[in-house]
Structure formats: structure tokens, C-alpha cells
Ligand binder design. Structure first.
Ligand SMILES: [Zn+2]
Length: 372
């Protein structure tokens, strides 16, 4: 059976000078295999991932793996504990306003200068080992910088140091009111049919601050550089994903078990599990390129009934939402219907019924294609 260990990583310190730490659950198999890193709840209100990790821990206690799996539930102890009345305000670092999933580091110049040191005869294992050491050194330099960095960035870089050791990185999130969807880098598109997630967003090799991008951009860029400038094609075997496991502020144990099996199915396809009978489900999967994943902003403020449910297939002109304007109850303008600008699948919508103008009301798949 797997070896198990548990330790704690300090990721922040509160105003009383007390360390705030996260648990690291590590399972190591007796056979070699990929290293896997899975974290949840970097956004404090997005809690379903903790149930998914709970189910993964139960599974990993019973079944052998190849390689190593590290699990970091509730990886943002600051964000989880920022409540305002009934709600968790876990999206932004309260001190600096930074999104908790935008403070990771990617240094393109480091990738380019490293690529120039790769010799024609150097093995992939050696390239990976040297590259990891350089990136982790760079992360430590950023953490140790004499002028310091913000709270979110400190926490992000400490987690990124762990994640960059892995071949497979999975960052579990939730939408506001949302159906399940996954962000997949274009080069790893085969993974789309291994997860049991019905909505897939293919993303380019572009860094915007998130953990999945901070993981795959360096490797993808390194492979591209070596191909273009040195005529060498290498398979680095690193993949990273953001999984959106339904709506924030709620957990569901039954769905969490399904979500865990979805991750296990993908891990099995990558050779991480020893003799496990876990495969992808035969479900309908729809995919878009990132630029076809569109946000519908409100022109008006008011009180909204959300008519289209996440995951529904909506035709152009069909009603998405109905808005009540309390300033015009005695006139024909008391209500207004917001309709779909084109055929679409709403993936998530704003969680509150009261909205200001310019609110991100829905995020939708447009020009989608059916994958399976
Ligand atoms: Zn999130």
C-alpha cells in the first residue's frame, strides 16, 4: 500500500503574530510514476474541492498508486475566514485587493535563458530537474525580496513552490452559481475526455496570474523554444488544470465522490494509479476556445430572476433573465427581459438577485462544439 505522511506548511501570519498553516497530505506509491499536486479553496468561498479531496484521501488509503499524490485542501486559511454576515468574501486579499488566484509568478526571460543552456544530448529527466531547480530558486528570490510582496502573492508563491515539483497540477475552484467546467491548455486537449466534466474551455499558452498557467506556461514555452530554435521535440509530460466543481458556498458529499472519481479517471489515464479500474464516463461534453467563453454584463440595475439555469442549452432570443425596476412599477418599464444574443450554454450566473449596471450576469459558451 501507499506510504502516507502529513505535515503543515506556514502560508501566512495573522496580526497576533500567529502562523497560519495548511495541511499537506502526501501519498507515495512503491512504483515510480508522475507526481501529482491537488489544491482546493484558494478562493475562500469555493469549498466543494475540500469534499473532493476528502474522497480522494479515502480512496488513496485503500488503493496503490504509481508515483506521488500531494493534496492541499483549504489552501487559503485567510480567505476562508473572511465572512461578512452570511457570506464568505474569499476572492480578494483584503489588505491589497489582489485576486487570490492571480499572484503566481511566471518569468519568461528565465525560460528563454534556461532553454539556451540545454545541450543536444541532455536527457529529458535532467532538463526537468534543472528547470525545476531554477524556477523554485526564482520563486524563493521573489519571496525573499528586500521590498517584500503582498499577502496574496506570498501565499501563492509558497503554494507554487510545492506545485512546481509536480507533473500534474489540479486547482479546484467553484463558480458563483455554476455548472461543472474545466480549463484545459490546448496542448493537453486529450485530457478533456478523461475527466467527467461536461463543459470544457480550451485556453492558450498565456499567463494571466493563475496557478494552472503558472505551471504549464514555463514548460510549454520551454518545449516550444527547443522545437523552434534547436529543432528538438521533447515531451515534458507536465499538465495543469483549473476545475470548477459547481457553485460556491455549498458542499455536496455525493457529488464530491463523483468529482473525485472524475479526477481519478484522468490520473489513471496518465499512469498514476496501479491496477485501478477507473475510467471516463460516457457523458456529453461540450467545448469552447477561451475567446468564445463570453461574459454578459447588465446594461441596467435592478432585481433579477435568473430564468436560464447553468448547463441549459439556450437559443438566440430566448429569455435569460427578467429584471424588475422598483422605480417604474407603475409603468410598462417595470420589468425588462434580457435575451440570449446568440445560441449559448450559460455556465454560471451572478449569485445575488440584486444587481448594479455593469454586473457580470452570466458567463456563457458560444460557438461551442460537442466533443463526446
Ligand atoms: Zn475560484
Amino acid at each position: 500500500m501507499n506510504q502516507f505522511s502529513k505535515e503543515y506548511l506556514v502560508v501566512a501570519q495573522n496580526a497576533s503574530g500567529r502562523n497560519m498553516h495548511v495541511p499537506l497530505y502526501r501519498f507515495s506509491g512503491h512504483r515510480p510514476g508522475p507526481k501529482v499536486y491537488i489544491q482546493s479553496s484558494i478562493h475562500g468561498a469555493e469549498v466543494q474541492g475540500n469534499v473532493v479531496i476528502y474522497h480522494l484521501v479515502q480512496w488513496l488509503k485503500q488503493h496503490s498508486i504509481c508515483g506521488e499524490v500531494m493534496l492541499v485542501p483549504n489552501c487559503n486559511p485567510v480567505g476562508t475566514n473572511i465572512k461578512s454576515g452570511e457570506y464568505t468574501l474569499g476572492r480578494f486579499d483584503p489588505v491589497n485587493g489582489t485576486n487570490w488566484n492571480r499572484g503566481y509568478l511566471y518569468d519568461e526571460d528565465l525560460v528563454t535563458s534556461f532553454a539556451q543552456t540545454v545541450l543536444a544530448e541532455e536527457s529529458v529527466a535532467s532538463i526537468k530537474q534543472r528547470f525545476r531547480a531554477q524556477i523554485k530558486k526564482r520563486l524563493q528570490q521573489a519571496l525573499d525580496a528586500p521590498w517584500g510582496i503582498g499577502l496574496a502573492q506570498q501565499l501563492n508563491l509558497k503554494l507554487q513552490q510545492l506545485a512546481f515539483d509536480a507533473d500534474i497540477v489540479i486547482d479546484i475552484h467553484n463558480g458563483p452559481v455554476s455548472t461543472r467546467h474545466i480549463y484545459i491548455p490546448k496542448y493537453a486537449s486529450a485530457a478533456a475526455t478523461q475527466f467527467n466534466i461536461p463543459h470544457v474551455i480550451f485556453i492558450p499558452n498565456k499567463f494571466a496570474g493563475a496557478l494552472d498557467e503558472a505551471t504549464f506556461c514555463p514548460w510549454w514555452s520551454l518545449a516550444e523554444y527547443l522545437k523552434t530554435n534547436k529543432g528538438r521535440e521533447i515531451e515534458l509530460g507536465v499538465e495543469a488544470f483549473t476545475l470548477e466543481m459547481g457553485s460556491q458556498e455549498v458542499i455536496n458529499f455525493t457529488e464530491g465522490e463523483y468529482d473525485a472519481r472524475s479526477i481519478l479517471s484522468y490520473l489513471n489515464s496518465k499512469g498514476c494509479l496501479a491496477d485501478a479500474d477507473v475510467g471516463a464516463e460516457n457523458i456529453a461534453r461540450y467545448a469552447v476556445d477561451l475567446h468564445h467563453y463570453k461574459t454578459l454584463f447588465t446594461h441596467q440595475g435592478g432585481i433579477v430572476e435568473y430564468l436560464a439555469k447553468p448547463g441549459e442549452h439556450v437559443k438566440q432570443g430566448q429569455a435569460l433573465a427578467r429584471v424588475l425596476n422598483v422605480d417604474a412599477l407603475d409603468t410598462p418599464d417595470a420589468t425588462e427581459t434580457i435575451t440570449a444574443p446568440c445560441d449559448l450554454i450559460p455556465i454560471l450566473h451572478f449569485p445575488s438577485a440584486s444587481v448594479l449596471s455593469g454586473t457580470q450576469l452570466y458567463k456563457c459558451f458560444t460557438h461551442y462544439q460537442q466533443l463526446t
